[in-house]
Every structure is written in C-alpha cells, then in structure tokens.
Design a protein around this ligand. Structure first.
Ligand SMILES: C[S@@+](CC[C@H](N)C(=O)[O-])C[C@H]1O[C@@H](n2cnc3c(N)ncnc32)[C@H](O)[C@@H]1O
Length: 297
C-alpha cells in the first residue's frame, strides 16, 4: 500500500500518485518503468540543444520535466492545473538541489498567460491535451509562447481509435454475454465531475491524430511531424483485482467502485464470474493508438 496523504489532494494528484496504480507502490514503480521509453521519445523528438528554456505543459508528477532537468542543462518551467502536483515537483527538485533552474506555474494548457510571448525554446507535453476541451486554443498558446524556431514535442493517446469497440468490450475483454450488467457498470464508472464540454463532447475521445496535425498546421507551425502507433494485442494475463481497483483515468471511478455503485450482489457475482477467467487467462483483444507530434514554429 502507498503511504501518503493523498486523501487531501486534488483528483489529478490522487490519480497519478496512487489511484492509477491501485494504491500500490510496486505497481507505481512498474508504471514509471513502462513510461520511461515514452518520456525518452518525447525528449528525443524535442531535439534539445545545449541550453534553453523548456516548458512542460501538464507536468503532472514530473515525468518529462524532471527528465529534461536531469538529462540536459535546460531551465524547466513546470506548469499544471494541479497545485498539489506542482508542489510535489517543487519538493523533488528542491531535494535534488536543482531548484535554481526551475519555475512553477499554475496554468491551463489553453491559457498560458504568465508565460511571455516568444520566450520558450521547447514545449513538451504528454497525455494532457486529452483533458483539454479547447485544443485549438492550447496549440495557439504553444505557438505564442515559443520563440521563432522553437520546438514542440507531444504524446497523446488516440482514444477515438477502438472507441466503438468499448460499447461491447472492456479493456479488450468481450462483455457481450453480460452486456446489460456491463452497461450499468460502464455508466457507473463515469465521474459526475468529469470534464465534458457544454455541448456534451468528451475531450478524451473527440479527436484523432489527423486533428492534431490540422491544429498544428492551421495555428502556423512550419515543420510538423507525426508518428502514429497502433497496437492490437491480447492483454497480458493479470490478477483481476489489478484491473478492478484501477480507474482508467482521473475522470473515472474504478470498476470496483462502479460495481459497488450499480450492481446488486447477485449481479456482481454473475459479472465477475464472466470477467475473472478472461482477465486471468488474458483472453481478449486490446486496441490502442497513440501519436507523437513534434515540430517547430
Ligand atoms: C495523465 S497526466 C500526465 C502527467 C505528465 N504529463 C506525465 O507525462 O506523466 C495529465 C496531467 O494533465 C494535467 N491537466 C489536466 N487538465 C489540464 C489542463 N487543462 N491544462 C494543463 N494541465 C492539465 C493534470 O493535472 C495531470 O497532471
């Protein structure tokens, strides 16, 4: 179990530091191990020079920003909408004696008002635009704060890929035999405070890789590259409680929480009797896509 005071923190801190990994320290270590190649690819594509200023938008617990700080001599601006996560990053850099190269800004990706125009050499961001309703505004803010020739490097999951499949399958497992129960649970996983737009759009699934290219292009980036990855594979066999206890994103309840909110004991038994053997034997087909977009102003 994790030893932290995350109960008092905001949803972003609680998800990144404990809920994402079922409140388990070993699983958190494994998640960070799995994320490190993505961090490296984002930084490689940012093509860092000897020195400069890097703005990490939606820095979270510091995956990219701390990576840049440690692997280069750049100054790093950590920005996020979560003051708890900014505080977390500040504590880490203070402890490692790197505070003099850092700045911390409580900002939304679509309103970087405390960052001067033409002042930043590199912008990085990972899995942040999926939470931003006005992605065009975010791109235009990235463009505004970058110096001429400045570079952007971002990674986003493309959740619209395989979305139709989620109507009948959960994390790649076939839910058709228990579809009525699954629909109840699926509804129960949605947090009431999730960030859905006024028009009812969900920013996590309302875009794809082509939209990212168009936005960067229309906003004025001169060089634009996009690497698109699709992975379709059987999920690795895993203990069922791993999946039950882990909300897929900060805007969701875990399946365990959703079951408790929506199913009777009888229904829960039927539901689990269907799902557990699939999860434990890895019998399913998971569909994922993600994009690295990088380029310069
Ligand atoms: C999935 S986490 C990714 C964190 C970090 N970039 C990483 O690579 O691990 C999403 C982050 O985006 C932040 N976030 C959510 N909405 C945002 C917004 N509108 N503007 C800036 N950051 C936002 C959250 O606070 C959280 O830190």
């Amino acid at each position: 179990m994790m030893l932290d005071d995350s109960e008092n923190k905001d949803i972003w801190y609680r998800w990144l530091l404990s809920r994402r990994d079922g409140e388990n320290t070993e699983r958190r270590k494994e998640t960070l191990r799995q994320l490190s190649p993505i961090r490296d690819k984002v930084l490689e594509r940012a093509d860092l020079a000897d020195s400069g200023t890097l703005l990490d938008v939606g820095c979270g617990d510091g995956l990219i920003g701390l990576g840049a700080l440690e692997s280069s001599s750049y100054n790093v601006i950590f920005s996020d909408i979560s003051s708890d996560l900014l505080e977390y990053c500040r504590d880490i850099v203070t402890e490692s004696g790197l505070l003099n190269r850092c700045r911390f800004e409580l900002l939304s990706a679509d309103n970087l008002h405390t960052i001067a125009s033409d002042s930043v050499d590199v912008i990085t961001t990972r899995s942040v635009l999926i939470y931003v309703s006005d992605k065009r505004k975010a791109f235009s803010e990235f463009f505004r704060v970058l110096k001429p020739g400045g570079r952007v490097s971002l990674f986003e999951p493309i959740n619209s890929f395989g979305n139709a499949d989620r109507e009948r399958s959960w994390m790649g497992y076939d839910m058709l035999p228990v579809i009525d129960l699954y629909q109840k649970v699926r509804k129960g996983m949605q947090r009431e405070d999730a960030n859905v737009t006024d028009e009812g759009r969900n920013p996590m699934i309302d875009f794809d890789e082509r939209d990212l290219i168009s936005l960067a292009d229309e906003i004025g980036f001169r060089h634009i590259f996009l690497d698109y990855h699709v992975v379709i594979h059987p999920p690795p066999p895993s203990p069922v409680h791993y999946l039950y206890s882990t909300p897929p994103n900060p805007n969701a309840y875990s399946m365990q929480e959703a079951i408790a909110r929506t199913l009777s004991q009888e229904e829960e038994k039927e539901f689990i009797a269907h799902l557990q053997p699939l999860v434990e034997s890895g019998e399913g087909k998971r569909r994922m896509a993600y994009a690295y977009l990088y380029g310069s102003k």
